[in-house]
Design a protein around this ligand. Structure first.
Ligand SMILES: Cc1cc2nc3c(=O)[nH]c(=O)nc-3n(C[C@H](O)[C@H](O)[C@H](O)COP(=O)(O)O)c2cc1C
Length: 319
């Protein structure tokens, strides 16, 4: 059974948070079009001495969605989510939790670490907490620590993908968990959203296709590379963040490296403090599903298409 906040989406889709790429423009467009929009708190980076940008982003998102809801009571916006990177190199975590708590963020997405106090903060302000996991062991730990739902990150996902087939991962988690379950990894069509549900997930978690949208905070060359690439162009490497992730091979080549011969890096290299992110800003992440992405369009157009494909796939299967 889904919590009420996830029950009235136009289609069963949560747009995943993407480092650098997801900001207020994309989140507002996604929510207005009827799916959950999200962004990593760390994307809101103010200059030294300035007030927290996260505060301003949350105020803007809430106000714009409220205005939309007043003007469109028949098709209200979906709720939004904020992603917290729960890792020791994230020195801002405590501050960002306080800001999200104050703004009563409705959906909290945690990655890289499950912590009781983050889930408690989400619950205390009336929100729910979803934790992303790459295997069943981490899934059990996350629920023990108080997460309400799980995001199963399977092979082929953008960012820090897992190694497991979505069939295996969803089946193992569904064996013991009947709460909200999202599936992440290379989902890029309405048909694939339906497949995720048939497999046992409640919702699809979609990232890379939203890089090729007008509202994404990504250079034009990155958006074009998403459109021009397919699964065969994605390479898996730990070099850029210290944990295994999926990247566009042409961006690695353009940075002067050979995508087929990359060194690996130790997890201790993981750093969400900023400097490392800058060093690799030309290395572009993506999941394997982008063969389905053929143009750069407004996010609402991408969501309209997903909704039409989903309805068509349902009709075809039910027939
Ligand atoms: C460029 C990029 C950046 C990402 N950054 C984050 C992040 O900051 N936090 C996070 O939890 N997940 C991040 N992810 C992973 C997504 O949350 C999600 O698991 C993934 O996009 C789903 O796979 P897909 O891209 O194939 O749809 C990122 C993914 C991409 C492609």
């Amino acid at each position: 059974m889904l919590p009420p906040i996830l029950q009235d989406l136009r289609i069963p889709v949560v747009a995943s948070p993407m480092f650098i790429v997801s900001g207020p423009d994309l989140v507002i467009a996604q929510c207005k079009a009827g799916i959950v929009g999200s962004f990593p708190a760390l994307n809101a980076r103010e200059k030294d001495g300035e007030p927290p940008l996260l505060d301003a982003w949350l105020t803007r998102i809430s106000e714009e969605l409220d205005r939309h809801n007043q003007a469109n009571p028949d098709r209200p916006a979906a709720p939004f989510a904020v992603n917290q990177i729960v890792h020791r190199s994230n020195a801002r975590l405590e501050r960002d939790i306080e800001i999200c708590h104050r703004h009563k963020v409705p959906i909290w997405i945690t990655s890289l670490g499950a912590r009781v106090e983050v889930n408690e903060a989400a619950h205390d302000c009336g929100g729910i907490a979803l934790h992303d996991v790459i295997n069943n062991v981490f899934a059990k730990k996350a629920i023990e620590k108080g997460a309400d739902g799980l995001i199963a990150v399977a092979a082929g996902a953008g960012g820090h993908a897992g190694p497991l087939s979505p069939f295996a991962l969803v089946q193992e988690i569904r064996d013991w968990f009947d709460g909200p379950l999202l599936l992440s990894g290379a989902i890029a069509t309405g048909r694939a959203v339906l497949a995720a549900r048939a497999m046992g997930a409640d919702l699809a978690y979609i990232g890379s296709p939203f890089i090729a949208t007008a509202e994404a905070n990504a250079p034009e060359g990155y958006k074009r590379m998403i459109v021009d690439s397919a699964a065969g162009d994605i390479v898996t490497s730990s070099l850029f963040t210290g944990v295994s992730g999926n990247y566009l091979a042409p961006s690695i080549r353009a940075a002067g490296m050979d995508p087929d011969n990359l060194e690996s890096a130790d997890p201790s290299a993981m750093n969400f403090g900023g400097a490392k992110a800058k060093a690799w800003s030309q290395i572009w992440g993506s999941g394997q599903g982008i063969g389905a992405v053929r143009d750069i369009v407004p996010a609402a157009t991408r969501i309209d298409r997903l909704a039409a494909e989903y309805a068509e796939a349902r009709a075809a299967i039910c027939a």
